[in-house]
Ligand binder design. Structure first.
Ligand code: GLC
Length: 441
């Protein structure tokens, strides 16, 4: 890695690449209409018509300590909260606007309380900050790609002063990075068309962020989005290319590498149902087993999973999400060592599941029941010992009569007595730890 920026981002993201699992929290006024965080844009809602939600914002059940405990229980190692989403509403006490949680009936600095609660649980913290702002008068309205008034010629842009908006944006980032202690991640969102890179004065913004918090890691959306990763994938990334790629609602087929083949730190951000912000009608929740498999898939491709929750207008994480996260937590409680600090294995993906690896520990994730012995392809003589993570019981390699024709593979039964592999002890993902080395115990 000759390029300094590439080497630096590798160094900076060390904890991040170990952590592997984080919580994304999308929360704001849009929890009240409860039709997702894009509601203003999708339904062309004007500032005036959105104002009622600001006037009534008073989430009496907001309890960030409970959120943090849930994240911790689920095995999440970091959390990212929307300090400001596209609607422009600030969850912190910005001195640069009145459009903030401290001015609503609620009157509290949500960002500050979030940070305190999560830090207290030992969870690293990040802030999502929207580059786009549908409330600020100097942000392009008519004919912008996304603005709620984009189709309305009554909102021309002639008198809008974008550089004034940039001062506001930079000023707010400065506020967040000076007034709130140590911030681990800055998650900017997002660039599109000509609203990209230096249009945001991105070099200056990143220089400021790194000066205020030298260790901070930054996503790639100052020049990218879920649609394109930007120069983070090139041999010569810009100063604002970011420290990690942020694929959205999908897990890249082969992880993320740059044009040189160097691994690029990455994090798939994924919703638990189909919306980021709270949506009262969206009951399409992923099951815990699927979440576990997504997490394992990310890790097996050297990536992280940032899993979203969207608290409701009272401040509660929906029951469905809580249930799923608690189940994931029970799996993590036993199997987290196959996730934290792990990455892609030296062996290709097996037919019945996945591998993750940390040093000479190969984690064998059995996802599918097998009629016969489970095949560890090309591992004959390479496995020193095999343990089920749940209970750390020994699992023996087998030389059963029907595998003798395949001497270069290793095989085992989870169910030695009946020489089969069903039902699996953990239907979400049964994990074994293989210690790689010569000789078998
Ligand atoms: C987006 C969306 C958004 C969400 C985000 C999360 O690009 O605009 O609402 O916050 O991605 O990745």
């Amino acid at each position: 890695m000759a390029n300094v920026r590439i080497a630096q981002r590798w160094e900076r993201t060390k904890w991040f690449r170990q952590a592997r699992f984080g919580m994304f929290i999308h929360w704001g006024l849009y929890a009240i209409p409860a039709r997702g965080e894009w509601v203003r844009s999708v339904e062309s809602i004007s500032n005036d018509d959105y104002q009622c939600f600001y006037n009534e914002f008073n989430p009496s059940r907001f309890d960030p300590v409970q959120w943090a405990r849930l994240a911790k229980k689920a095995g999440m190692q970091y959390a990212v909260l929307t300090a400001k989403h596209h609607d422009g509403f600030c969850l912190f006490d910005s001195q640069l606007t009145d459009y903030k949680s401290t001015n609503t009936p609620f009157g509290r600095d949500i960002v500050r309380e979030f940070l305190e609660a999560f830090r207290a649980e030992g969870i690293k913290t990040g802030l999502y900050f929207s580059l786009i702002d549908w409330h600020h008068p100097d942000y392009p309205h008519y004919q912008d790609a996304h603005h709620p008034m984009r189709k309305n010629p009554d909102y021309p842009n002639d008198t809008r002063n974008f550089s004034r908006y940039l001062d506001y944006l930079h000023g707010q980032v400065r506020e967040l990075l000076t007034g709130y202690g140590n911030i681990d991640i800055m998650w900017f969102d997002f660039s599109y068309n000509e609203m990209n890179g230096e249009k945001w004065k991105a070099s200056e913004l990143v220089a400021m962020a790194r000066e205020l918090q030298p260790h901070i890691i930054i996503d790639n959306r100052l020049e990218g989005s879920g649609e394109s990763s930007g120069t983070i994938l090139t041999a010569d990334p810009t100063a604002y290319a970011g420290d990690f790629a942020a694929p959205e609602q999908m897990i890249p087929p082969a992880g993320v590498v740059n044009v040189l083949g160097d691994p690029v730190p990455w994090e798939a951000c994924v919703t638990l149902n189909n919306n980021w912000g709270y949506h009262a009608g969206d009951r399409h929740y992923k099951q815990a087993g699927m979440v576990v498999r997504m997490l394992v898939e990310c890790v097996s491709k050297n990536g992280n999973l940032l899993l979203n929750v969207g608290p409701d207008a009272l401040g509660r994480i929906p029951d469905e999400s809580v249930k799923v996260l608690e189940q994931v937590g029970r799996w993590m409680d036993v199997n987290a060592e196959s996730i934290y600090g792990c990455g892609q294995a030296d062996y290709p993906k097996p037919e019945w599941g996945r591998y993750t690896q940390k040093g000479n520990k190969l984690y064998i994730h059995v996802l599918e029941e097998q009629a016969g012995a489970i095949c560890l392809a090309d591992m004959a003589g390479k496995i020193n010992s095999l343990r089920l993570l749940n209970g750390r019981s020994q699992v023996r390699l087998t030389s059963h009569w029907n595998v003798k024709e395949y001497p270069h593979h290793a095989y085992f039964f989870l169910n030695e007595q009946s020489c089969d592999n069903y039902p699996l002890p953990d239907e979400k993902d049964t994990v074994l730890e293989a210690t790689l080395g010569e000789g078998t115990d």
